[in-house]
Design a protein around this ligand. Structure first.
Ligand code: SF4
Length: 230
């Protein structure tokens, strides 16, 4: 979307119908479940607009009921695939609680990918994993204790020398800002920003290696981009 998407506020319904961008089966390309086959449910709309975001989460007109959505999920998900990734856009913009509860009841692992600014009350569950990639100075206070992993996308400049994490706004190009930091002891992943240009990408990879080694973070590449899969 490259920062061109409309900013959409949180719109909570009873969660029995959701605005869905897409449902697809692939490999998880980044973060703690990298390389695992996963069924992705991409929710439409986002409450932020990051200038480098290249994800399409606005073009769908599909508003399935929960039953219709599960019909699609189960037609796309092979039986051996036990991981469902709920992503966006920003998934907490909509009431995903009924969706999550139903997936957990099916004994599936659920990973939610969020920018950290919104929250919907969810059950505590060993198979629910919330991965936050902060894009602003704010993390919702109810979400914060539920985050299992933090993820940061790094560029070669705009990195704090104190902790190796980004100090550059994701909302306005070339603007310094404070991006929310994880609490001490958090599980932290760093990955290079895809700048669309090899020289810059190489510099972005180098800074991730350096930062991971200096501060004890885990580095992953955005392998789905290298593999050219969704
Ligand atoms: S928060 Fe995520 S989905 Fe939303 S615009 Fe930023 S990168 Fe894209």
């Amino acid at each position: 979307m490259l920062g061109k998407n409309p900013v959409r506020p949180q719109e909570l319904s009873d969660g029995q119908s959701l605005w869905i961008q897409s449902v697809f089966y692939t490999l998880q390309g980044e973060g703690p479940f990298i390389g695992k086959p996963a069924l992705f449910v991409r929710l439409a709309g986002c409450n932020l607009k990051c200038f480098w975001c290249d994800t399409d989460f606005e073009s769908s007109t599909w508003h399935p009921t929960l039953d219709e959505l599960f019909e699609r999920i189960e037609s796309e998900r092979p039986q051996h695939c036990k991981l469902v990734v709920i992503t966006g856009g920003e998934p907490f913009r909509q009431n995903i609680a009924p969706l999550v509860e139903r997936l957990l009841a099916m004994k599936l692992s659920v990973q939610i990918e969020t920018n950290g600014t919104l929250w919907v009350e969810l059950p505590e569950h060993k198979d629910l994993h919330i991965v936050c990639s902060p894009k602003s100075s704010f993390i919702h206070e109810r979400l914060l204790p539920r985050i299992t992993t933090f993820k940061y996308v790094l560029e070669s400049d705009g990195i704090s020398s104190d902790d190796g994490l980004p100090n550059r706004s994701t909302q306005k190009c070339d603007t310094e800002t404070t991006i929310a930091r994880p609490p001490a002891g958090s599980d932290i992943y760093v990955m290079p920003l895809d700048a669309g240009e090899e020289k810059q990408n190489e510099a972005n990879r180098r800074i991730c290696v350096d930062v991971a080694m200096r501060f004890g973070y885990r580095m992953t590449l955005q392998s789905h981009k290298l593999l050219n899969i969704d």
